[in-house]
Design a protein around this ligand. Structure first.
Ligand code: PLP
Length: 194
């Protein structure tokens, strides 16, 4: 299981000890914030660092996102898929992408309805030639996460995708038991966010 250390809101001084301890994969949820932190961190580290976008992506930030991140975990609509594809071709940076699924069908939450996942994944690949390798979800915070993780696993199996990004500080152990390949852990590593 790959640990994605979620460093959002923490500055370079707080993140660097985690890099020094050997962590190489990180998650950020804002494009602008990541642009300010990671070029310097990459320059300081002899090994390649892998930075994942785990927050919502707006069309007007696609260019910066493709230049800044190594993996986009939050592809969830046609407009963003086509903008990403265009920009990846322009920059010749063909990043692995995950599709975000709104497993709880929460109206305020990003992600695709579960029943639209298969057709969306197919369109991303066939129409846009995006390199979709997995699915990600954020279960409703007040529910047992296990059924949501099971749903994501089933959808990934049905669409033939090897990567399942699920589980955060409070529930990563459950997610791993349910087949997570990537867990996104922030506060359990960095402490509470201000
Ligand atoms: C902030 C965030 C996390 C990490 O949450 P913690 O509870 O601090 O571990 C994981 N995934 C996403 C999408 C996030 O925005």
């Amino acid at each position: 299981v790959t640990l994605v250390a979620v460093s959002k809101t923490f500055d370079a001084d707080a993140i660097w000890p985690v890099v020094e301890a050997g962590q190489r994969v990180f998650g950020e949820n804002r494009v602008q914030e990541a642009m300010g932190k990671w070029p310097g961190m990459r320059a300081r580290c002899a090994d390649p660092l892998e930075v994942h976008l785990i927050g919502p992506l707006q069309s007007n930030k696609v260019k910066e996102a493709v230049a800044t991140f190594d993996v986009i975990q939050t592809v969830d609509r046609e407009k963003i898929a086509s903008a990403l594809a265009r920009e990846m071709t322009r920059q010749n940076r063909h990043l692995p992408c995950y599709v975000q699924v709104n497993t709880g069908n929460e109206p305020q939450k990003a992600g695709l309805p579960p029943e639209h996942t298969a057709i969306f994944v197919r369109n991303c690949r066939d129409i846009h030639q995006l390199n979709i390798v997995g699915l990600m979800c954020i279960p409703p915070f007040d529910e047992d996460p296990a059924p949501h993780f099971q749903l994501l696993r089933r959808l990934a199996d049905e669409t033939g995708l090897p990567v399942r990004s699920m589980g955060m500080s409070a529930d990563y152990a459950v997610a791993i038991a349910e087949g997570a390949t990537h867990v996104r852990v922030g506060s359990a590593i960095f402490g509470a966010r201000g």
